[in-house]
Design a protein around this ligand. Structure first.
Ligand code: IPE
Ligand code: IPE
Ligand code: MG
Length: 229
């Protein structure tokens, strides 16, 4: 099976800075995650209008298990609430919801809710929304190879579409084990805004800038483009 992106760009988002955003206001870190969930709603709603076909959001990394237990369970509660509150709207908006990452370490009820939401939106074709939970790109590559993928096409098919634009918020400029293979030729965009302050307008500006870039994939730019320089 070839894993085509939906029509449009594949934008991958490292949603970072929730904790610092809250702490700067003297609030518990979880308040930042709660505000971050609102940003997810706004960005998902805006995505199809920005030319995005596939949106992959980094919500919880396999290294995030190192965090305090109450932050982890708070994050899972918020995630469950997002799915319960948004499932019907996602379906109406034509958003196909998927979760990537390991499921065997997640709480059982959360896994059931994920499966339910995936099933409810499986026919949707306007936007493919992938949420990375207990996700490690290194582990995903190992699993693909262990499952028999041996060449570029089959590894790509088992992982997912290549990323066009990788965005990270909160001033950090690293991948933190996110989509290492799929980002091979991605363009990168960074903002100092913390995730709760990130806006659809900010994303639109990044995409406009992305569209002005010359992606060469190792080749020489066409003469037409060189003439413009
Ligand atoms: C991103 O915000 C959300 C998750 C990693 C779950 P952080 O929680 O990493 O916020 P900072 O980076 O500590 O500010
Ligand atoms: C990456 O952010 C994971 C998510 C955004 C879910 P982190 O905040 O965990 O990454 P590091 O620790 O700063 O690299
Ligand atoms: Mg962080």
């Amino acid at each position: 099976m070839v894993d085509h992106a939906f029509d449009g760009l594949h934008v991958a988002l490292i949603m970072d800075g929730n904790g610092r955003w809250a702490q700067a206001r003297g609030w518990p870190r979880l308040a930042g995650h709660r505000a971050g969930a609102e940003t997810v709603r706004r960005v998902v709603e805006a995505a199809p209008g920005l030319g995005i076909g596939t949106l992959t959001l980094y919500a919880f990394s396999s290294d995030n298990w190192k965090r305090p237990q109450d932050e982890i369970s708070g994050l899972f509660r918020l995630f469950a609430r997002y799915m319960r509150q948004e499932a019907a709207k996602l379906k109406k908006q034509g958003v196909r919801f998927e979760v990537i990452g390991r499921r065997d370490r997640l709480p059982g009820p959360l896994v059931s809710l994920i499966e339910e939401t995936e099933r409810a939106t499986s026919e949707c074709g306007k936007l493919r929304l992938r949420v990375a939970v207990d996700y490690s790109s290194r582990d995903a590559i190992i699993r693909a190879v262990e499952a028999g993928a041996r060449d570029r096409a089959s590894i790509s098919a088992s992982l997912g579409p290549d990323v066009d634009l990788l965005v990270r918020t909160s001033g950090e400029q690293r991948l933190s084990d996110f989509l290492l293979w799929e980002n091979a030729y991605a363009e990168f965009a960074f903002t100092d805004a913390a995730w709760p302050d990130f806006t659809a307008a900010g994303l639109r500006d990044m995409i406009e800038d992305f569209r002005r870039r010359d992606r060469r994939f190792g080749a020489v730019a066409p003469a037409r483009l060189q003439a413009l320089r």
